[in-house]
Design a protein around this ligand. Structure first.
Ligand SMILES: Cc1cc2nc3c(=O)[nH]c(=O)nc-3n(C[C@H](O)[C@H](O)[C@H](O)COP(=O)(O)OP(=O)(O)OC[C@H]3O[C@@H](n4cnc5c(N)ncnc54)[C@H](O)[C@@H]3O)c2cc1C
Length: 417
């Protein structure tokens, strides 16, 4: 089923009875060429690009719940390419380019909106750091504009510029940054993978990984054993648990990250605004809700819900930045499980087990990475060689320290990221 203006018109006039399900509901086969564990954004995009770029279609995505029920459907939808360090910057640049062609590629409206992202700064030192970051972004081929205070005021007049604690000195503007509709990204990739023959199997929890003679041979699942020549672990917050099934101990801690949404309001916030000093960021969804969040809940957990101290902290930061937000009513809050690495950068790599691959460590920034992660993971699984845009995302950097990418300069400590 393809979407077109004509089809929408025809369906609108005939009671919308001609739409078919976006993907099949197949029973698991006994054997696949490759199995991907995890039906989040990264697992689905990996399957899609394995089929599309590498012609591998005898593959399955195994999802313990429903497609898109994990972080891909829980995030605050920010898409950007404003990373600083070599290794990261080319990867996220590659990802943003894929985003820019994604709707056409998937024939699916993922509501990618390049409304611009502004990172605020509050001191001369921070201005220098953001100027450097902006130069790195421009060198990478992306876009960045350093704004002074008046430049920010013209774009975001509703901020409190003179607040005593963090007066706003300016901001780094990334015009191609923005948001996308998170669920639609999962659904679009799912539909694209299914239409190329990939089996998307929901309610199928992987409970064991079979290894013989140092080589992966399949997985045990809640719907029976499945043999596979290649297995990709793409389970975000559950990476540590699933890797343990193959005897691996990952350099990853799982932490909760919360988000919040208000009642729907008329358009008031046109951009994505990031207030790093307050650990607060905000945008307005197309439905009108103000979507915002803050920092991690600083304890390891697998609970997809957060605690009150961080709620208080986020609300306080929001009030500091834009007192007008106090009038909006918060409707909902929720949490997701972040796979935090010590250097804040991800892993897309082979493991010590032949045929077993790992895509993990996305911390709180993996939504924007969905296209490039799938692209690079598919390349790795199909060719056994890392893609050049993800060559730095090696697992062994945590063993020997060589090649660590500490993007945020917070050191090798999970709870400082
Ligand atoms: C509140 C919040 C805000 C965020 N904001 C942003 C943002 O603005 N921008 C950004 O870039 N990133 C953001 N992120 C991060 C981003 O959402 C994640 O990094 C990314 O979604 C993780 O990859 P995924 O989509 O594949 O994960 P998931 O959607 O979590 O997919 C993993 C899947 O694996 C499945 N699974 C786990 N164990 C098993 C098993 N044993 N067997 C079978 N399946 C299994 C899970 O059920 C899950 O569906 C945010 C995250 C949260 C929680």
């Amino acid at each position: 089923m393809r979407f077109s203006a004509l089809k929408i018109l025809r369906e609108g006039l005939s009671g919308n009875r001609g739409w078919t399900p976006h993907w099949r509901d197949p029973a698991p086969k006994a054997e696949y060429d490759a199995v991907i564990i995890g039906g989040g954004g990264h697992g689905l995009s990996t399957a899609y690009y394995l089929a599309k770029n590498h012609g591998m279609t005898n593959i399955a995505v195994l999802e313990k719940g429903y497609l898109g029920g994990g972080n891909v459907g829980r995030n605050t939808t920010i898409v950007r390419a404003n990373y600083f360090l070599p290794g990261n910057s080319e990867f996220y640049s590659h990802s943003l380019k894929l985003w820019e062609g994604l709707e056409e590629d998937l024939n699916y409206n993922v509501m990618h909106s390049q409304r611009g992202l502004i990172n605020l700064f509050h001191s001369d030192g921070q201005r220098d750091a953001f100027a450097r970051r902006g130069n790195a972004m421009i060198n990478q081929g992306d876009d960045a504009v350093l704004l002074d205070r008046e430049g920010v005021r013209r774009m975001l007049p509703y901020l409190d510029f003179e607040q005593g604690r963090f007066p706003i000195h300016g901001g780094l503007y990334h015009p191609r940054g923005g948001t996308a509709r998170h669920d639609a990204v999962a659904w679009g990739y799912a539909r694209g993978a299914d239409s190329r023959g990939v089996d998307l199997i929901q309610n199928c929890e992987v409970t064991g990984i079979d290894i013989e003679g140092g080589r992966v041979t399949g997985v045990q699942t809640s719907r029976g054993p499945i043999r596979a020549k290649k297995v990709g672990i793409v389970v975000a917050g559950r990476s540590g648990q699933v890797a343990a099934m193959a005897g691996m101990r990952l350099p990853i801690e799982s932490h909760v990250l919360q988000a919040f949404v208000t009642e729907g309001l008329k358009p008031v916030i046109d951009h994505v605004v990031s207030f790093g000093m307050g650990h607060f960021y905000i945008s307005q969804s197309d439905k009108g809700g103000l979507v915002f969040g803050g920092d991690l809940d600083f304890y390891a957990s697998y609970a997809q819900r957060g605690n009150l101290p961080m709620v208080e902290h986020v609300m306080e930061a929001g009030m500091t930045l834009m007192p007008m937000i106090g009038k909006a009513k918060v409707l909902r809050s929720w949490g997701g499980i972040m796979d935090m690495t010590p250097d804040g950068s991800p892993i897309i790599d082979r493991t010590g087990v032949e045929g077993l691959y790992l895509d993990a460590g996305w911390c709180y920034g993996g939504f924007k990475a969905v296209p490039a992660s799938g692209w690079c993971m598919a390349h790795l699984m199909a060719t056994d060689r890392p893609h050049e845009a993800a060559a730095g995302f090696r697992l062994d950097r945590f063993r020997d320290g060589y090649g660590l990418m500490d993007e945020e300069g917070t050191g090798a400590q999970h709870n400082l990221h």
